[in-house]
Unconditional design. Structure first.
Length: 264
């Protein structure tokens, strides 16, 4: 009986090691503005935190600096192809200088609830997911609009042959509150992202992002070119950094950020 117990324990250890070896590396929705179709494995937690995100915009003689501190996604895998997500921002600050005036505002940010559902297996050459979300207005009126808003994102990722390249598309449709607070209108975003895996631990990407907001008070259009890098010291830990550069007057001139993601 003792020999049988030893054999059983050995087989169990081998099985656990094999499962750990087969487990895919952490797949986070950061860095970059692109959202992957992958979800958190069933029964696993994943924390994705932007340690600091700073952006600067200069226009009409005014300089605006915005800093987002600790923007965090808390995710839980509810099945083999779906997870639920809570996104929170503990602190957001905005400073504006120009014309001899100086304003400073700070607040807890808005809260976002998301559910991501994979429509295709991880091994598919074209992977697609549905990612509906709703924003709960928890920021103050200087940094938020105090309105419930939502939308639907459809992450798509295409493997480019058998090499390390992957193309990601992220069409998004949003229902937003009008600036005057008396109605709602449509907005859309799109990301075209090209990623490359440099070995097993380093991923690099570049992308073009665009947003169109058809508010009755006036259409807003933003466009940026972004670059990012993610390094995986282990299968369950990712360190990242990135930079975004505005390509028109309505987009912040530059945005720099860094963060960390962990799965357990």
């Amino acid at each position: 009986m003792r020999g049988l117990s030893i054999i059983s324990a050995t087989l169990l250890a081998w099985s656990s090691a094999a499962l750990a070896a087969d487990e895919q590396p952490i797949c986070a929705d950061r860095p970059s503005k692109s959202t992957g179709p992958c979800t958190v494995p069933k029964g696993k937690w994943q924390i994705e935190t932007g340690l600091i995100d700073w952006s600067r915009d200069k226009s009409d003689g005014q300089r605006t600096d915005t800093i987002i501190w600790g923007n965090t996604a808390i995710k839980y895998g509810v099945s083999g192809n779906a997870d639920i997500e809570l996104w929170v921002t503990p602190l957001e600050t905005m400073s504006m200088r120009g014309g001899g005036a100086h304003e400073h505002h700070s607040s807890f940010g808005d809260v976002v609830l998301r559910v991501k559902y994979e429509l295709t297996p991880d091994s598919a050459p074209v992977q697609v997911a549905l990612d509906p979300f709703v924003k709960i207005p928890t920021a103050n009126h200087q940094l938020g609009n105090r309105r419930v808003e939502g939308g639907l994102l459809v992450p798509v990722q295409v493997s480019l042959g058998k090499g390390p390249l992957a193309l990601s598309l992220d069409p998004e449709v949003d229902l937003l509150a009008d600036a005057d607070g008396h109605g709602r209108h449509m907005a859309t975003q799109q990301v075209v992202n090209l990623g490359v895996a440099v070995g097993d631990k380093l991923n690099l990407s570049t992308e073009v992002w665009a947003m169109w907001d058809w508010d009755p008070a006036g259409t807003a259009e933003q466009v940026s070119w972004d670059v990012s890098a993610a390094y995986l010291p282990t299968k369950d830990l990712q360190l990242d950094a990135g930079a975004n550069f505005g390509l028109n007057r309505q987009t912040p001139d530059v945005e720099l950020y860094t963060g960390v993601s962990v799965r357990f």
